[in-house]
Write a protein of this length. Sequence first.
Length: 428
Amino acid sequence: MAVIVLNSCGTLGDHFPFLALGKALVRAGHEVRYGGPMYLRGEIEECGMSFWRVRPELEPGKVRQRPESYDHWSEERGGFAKKEGAGSLGNLYEGLEVEKRLEDLMEATRGADLLVCSILQSVGKMVSEVLGVPMVTLCVVPWFFPDAETSAARGLATRDEKAQTRPETRAFYDALDGLRERLGLGSIPVGKELDHFESRWILLATNALFGKPMAKPEREIVQTGFWFHERPGWEGWEPPVELKQLLEERPGPLVLAFSSQPVRDPEAVLDVHLGAAKRLGRVLVAQAGWAGLDSIRFREACAVGEAFLFPEGPQDWLFRQAGVVINHGGIGTVARAIRAGVPLLVEPYGNDQFYNARQVVAIGAGAAVNPHRLTAEGLARVIDGKVMVTEVRERVREMARQFDSEAALATAVGQIESWMSEGKKKQA
């Protein structure tokens, strides 16, 4: 048995694959410590892991209050107007509470045999080097490892080049280097900025449909497939009787699932999708999510059987009932919809969601639209003509066969154990 520390950061979609891996490692007989936010403590412990708080606390209320931080459309295309100094990476060091992260993760990792850390975590390498604990970098975002010679690969290369010279970007990396020096570690050379985040061993919880990783010097990269977390509290869950009856009478609803994506105007977002559902003669089933989707029109529609607010419960069940899953492009939600064999309409807001939206279109799993330029009529037209069509549904059902979470997790656990064995041999 080994003591393994898992650490992710971000919103739910960033944590769920780590929770799935943690449960698999526990089943394999390992002791697992999970470094994460307080709001997930109960769920972490239900999964058989010990909880270790690692700041910052990115909980739903804080995210809901800052939709502009998660919306990267330009103002000309409907996004937020950029404020003076907004988005400066030079402020990230303080904003991301880097030194508090380091303190917490250091405490969680003392005495462990292995640290498995998110590629988004800026202090994992420091902890690994200071404590002498081997580290595996875990990436759940296909965007970071796209197919070679694609526009996404060229875009990442351009971004990395800019990171070497942009003053605000360099300020962030220089701050990280300053912290490394105070810890007695060497600085990361210019041109090697990814070394702040990546270890030699990299595990990708992604599927080749969304990109096959390019080889990297001094890196061993293993792609396993997607991992799906099944929440312990939902074992034996049954849908509300009213929802079952509604779907028996009117099957194939539009399902709106934005998970932890915040939006500027939750009422307007919900109402435009309700309008599209009415034009298509379909029920709209929505999850409130971290955005807190709600509106008077939606409540009125619920009262007359034209809509339903899905309570806390498994997305897997809900998606299997759907005619289409409308979502923000978070890779976890996208992957679950494909696993359920349901076509997608992606409305991306920022970060990797744009890449995921392009991939959904490229593999023929659905369509994508600008969430800031929606009308009920236009939405209905896209859904009817590009998404809810027989060939798309058949294609997605075929793709679903590739999404075997248990096999992917077994591969991941085996690889982690192999790397741990390799590390012990080198230390001997």
